[in-house]
Design a protein around this ligand. Structure first.
Ligand SMILES: NC(=O)c1ccc[n+]([C@@H]2O[C@H](COP(=O)([O-])OP(=O)(O)OC[C@H]3O[C@@H](n4cnc5c(N)ncnc54)[C@H](OP(=O)(O)O)[C@@H]3O)[C@@H](O)[C@H]2O)c1
Length: 226
């Protein structure tokens, strides 16, 4: 069973959809689970939903309950959730900076520390989606870039820490993707961006990670190869 956190988003929905098409059991999460109805319709017997708001430290407990009451154990978690903001730092409100870090870094760590024991039982996989800006931070995106670099840094530490428990942690740093995320920014307007990657292609690379034990990170240029 694979938990897709942020399955209401464009990237997360694509990942969940592809997993369901491959026959996997999926626990799809969102803050509003009604948004997950199209995924449930795809495979009502294999798609379970769970409300997860990463701003809540205990969100992982609810996810664990859903996993344990389901038909299988937890083989993998795909962290496809996240928020973005644009603009000069002086124009970025304090609460936006806080939300970027809570949603993009702190929440995933709160969640993972609860899921690790369950994942260890299955020698599971964590795919954490940071971003190309973790490697190449951009002006006008200082707080977002820093939140993604922090997540990427945690992924690298956890890659080594959790290997001892048999868990593979993969930091996936996709390039700009045409998901419309830039138009849902917490604040500010996006810069002019080149045409992004297709969500379906990026999702395929993310799904491939789950079955390839040799992959421990996927940098932006690795996605270009799709
Ligand atoms: N699009 C790009 O160009 C790009 C490039 C590199 C990396 N990324 C990363 O890819 C991931 C997916 O983004 P996307 O492009 O698919 O954007 P998206 O369609 O807006 O999806 C964002 C997802 O994050 C969830 N989310 C937001 N705040 C949350 C919270 N407090 N608790 C739980 N879930 C929350 C949303 O759920 P709700 O339905 O509850 O709002 C949604 O499912 C993000 O981490 C993003 O930073 C995107």
């Amino acid at each position: 069973m694979v938990a897709v956190v942020g399955a209401s988003g464009v990237r997360g929905a694509q990942v969940a959809r592809q997993l369901l098409e491959l026959g996997d059991h999926v626990v799809a999460t969102a803050r509003d689970t009604e948004r997950l109805a199209p995924l449930v319709d795809l495979a009502p017997d294999r798609c379970t939903t769970c409300r997860v708001d990463l701003r809540n430290p205990g969100a992982g407990d609810g996810l664990l309950e859903v996993v344990r009451s389901g038909p299988g154990r937890l083989d993998a978690v795909v962290l496809a959730s996240g928020v973005v903001a644009f603009g000069d730092l002086v124009d970025t409100p304090d609460d936006v900076i806080e939300e970027l870090f809570v949603t993009n870094v702190v929440g995933p760590l709160w969640l993972l520390r609860r899921l690790v024991p369950e994942l260890a039982e299955r020698r599971g996989v964590v795919v954490s989606i940071s971003a190309v800006v973790a490697e190449r931070p951009l002006p006008g995106m200082a707080a977002y870039s820093a939140s993604k670099a922090a997540l990427s840094s945690a992924d690298e530490a956890l890659r080594r820490e959790l290997r001892r428990r048999g868990i593979r942690v993969v930091d996936a740093r996709p390039p700009h993707t045409e998901t419309g995320l830039v138009h849902r920014a917490l604040s500010g307007s996006p810069p002019t961006l080149p045409q992004g990657a297709r969500p379906v292609d990026v999702a395929r690379r993310i799904v491939d990670i789950l079955d390839d034990p040799d992959i421990t990170a996927l940098a932006a240029e690795d996605f270009d190869a799709t």
